[in-house]
Design a binder for this molecule. Structure first.
Ligand SMILES: Cc1ncc(COP(=O)(O)O)c(C=O)c1O
Length: 420
């Protein structure tokens, strides 16, 4: 039987898994050579279970999970279910892997369900009073803004927002600094913004917060797994991570990192088994470390799947992944920008750019263009309605190829000619 290369690689990976050979993050990859990188990237792409002929450009919403990660989750689930065990002890190993990947101490890592839960834990757990202020960008995803809007409704916290500039980190830092006042208690930034992929100046804001005694919470939902994210080096007090986007972890995985020295200031809004214990006198005390933000029975199979996804990225090379994503985005950006009547909303290639390109055209309503791409070409983008941008976002990651980017640009060009 002869198989096309892509499905051959996929079948090879599955077969090896069945034999217990190159399983999980150990799945065989050819050596990367800078002069001829595409065979390497094709082998990486073959690890994704996406249908042939379908171009998935929506990792910014939900990542496709590589087959070795899915297999790891299934294998752990089956093993535990054979004796109906929860396997909670295995969180220790997963926590160590996640900590290494994120540049954190294991005692700074809490497993949560998604980035929203990490953001909401910070918004609900900090001891803020009516009139205390929080700053974040006007482009914040609902998973970042709603927890604070709820704190505003319920506790009188005052929300101040700035519009992120796609051209200049200095302008963004100035806009944030201008909003800081005596009642500013928290600054939250998306490390990379969701609607248009602007990289915000996290390290500079960490320094600003340090000098002013402000809590700095970084929402890394769009950055972790797209670019290397190092909790210690970033200098934030807390970090929200989505496991199921760029990292390629299983659905409903996320991480909250909280700096050791500041954990006493952030109360867990919900507690239960594992978040604390009773001492000999029956007094309740929180657990040492970020495990205090976890409670109740959890699915260790998905936590181990997340760790597997992280190991796979480490094997592929994290800087290499970041460069690949940027390169594909730059290709998409250049192609789309060259089409008549297309406006690009994302930063130019450089310091502020990410593996995402958001574009619009006055000639075709964005929702119509979204539908045409999906129905007629099997190309999945993401409509951007935030702030009335009425645009489409293209996320470029390991499941994409330069040929897919070319096909996307060609399709937009064709629809523009046909529909306008
Ligand atoms: C910046 C940002 N924060 C939070 C979220 C919510 O992520 P999750 O689905 O993991 O809760 C998203 C999702 O797109 C996002 O882009």
């Amino acid at each position: 039987m002869s198989l096309p290369r892509r499905s051959f690689l996929r079948h090879a990976a599955l077969g090896a898994a069945g034999l217990g050979l190159a399983r999980g993050a150990d799945a065989a990859l050819p050596e990367f050579t800078a002069a001829r990188p595409e065979p390497f990237w094709e082998a990486v792409r073959a690890l994704y279970p996406l249908e042939a002929g379908f171009s998935y450009f929506n990792t910014g919403s939900l990542g496709s999970t590589p087959t070795p990660v899915l297999e790891r989750v299934a294998e752990v689930t089956r093993r535990l279910q054979a004796k109906a065990e929860h396997g909670h002890a295995q969180f220790t190993g997963a926590r160590a892997d996640v900590a290494r990947f994120l540049g954190a101490d294991p005692a700074e890592v809490a497993f949560v369900r998604n980035a929203t839960e990490a953001n909401a834990t910070v918004a609900a757990g900090l001891p803020l009073r009516a009139g205390d202020e929080v700053i974040f960008e006007s482009h914040a995803h609902p998973g970042g803004s709603f927890p604070w809007l709820q704190a505003a409704r319920g506790r009188g916290v005052v929300v101040r927002t700035f519009e992120p500039d796609p051209r200049s980190a200095a302008v963004n830092l100035d806009r944030i600094t201008a909003l800081c006042g005596p009642r500013t208690r928290v600054i939250q930034l998306s490390h990379i913004t969701a609607p248009t992929g602007i990289t915000l100046p996290a390290r500079a804001v960490a320094d600003l917060c340090r000098t002013r005694g402000i809590w700095f919470h970084l929402d890394a939902a769009q950055s972790a797994g797209m670019v290397p994210v190092d909790f210690a080096a970033l200098g934030c007090d807390s970090l929200a991570v989505s496991g199921h986007k760029w990292i390629g972890g299983p659905l409903e995985t996320g991480v909250l990192c909280v700096r050791r020295a500041r954990q006493e200031e952030l109360a867990p809004p919900l507690v239960g088994a594992y978040s604390g214990d009773l001492d000999a006198n029956g007094r309740f005390a929180l657990s040492a470390g970020a495990v205090r933000y976890e409670y109740g029975t959890r699915n260790v199979a998905t936590a181990l799947g997340l760790a597997e996804a992280m190991r796979l990225q480490e094997r592929i090379g994290r800087e290499r992944i970041a460069a690949r994503g940027r390169q594909l985005a730059a290709q998409a950006r250049a192609g789309l920008a060259a089409l008549p009547g297309v406006e690009i909303l994302s930063p130019e290639p450089g310091e502020l750019a990410a593996a995402m390109v958001t574009f619009r055209t006055a000639r075709i309503p964005h929702d119509r263009l979204f539908g045409l791409l999906l129905r007629e070409r099997g190309i999945r983008t993401r409509p951007v309605t935030e702030e009335n941008l009425n645009a489409l976002r293209v996320s470029t990651h390991l499941c994409n190829s330069p040929a897919q980017v070319d096909a996307l640009v060609a399709a937009v060009g064709e629809f523009l000619r046909r529909e306008a």
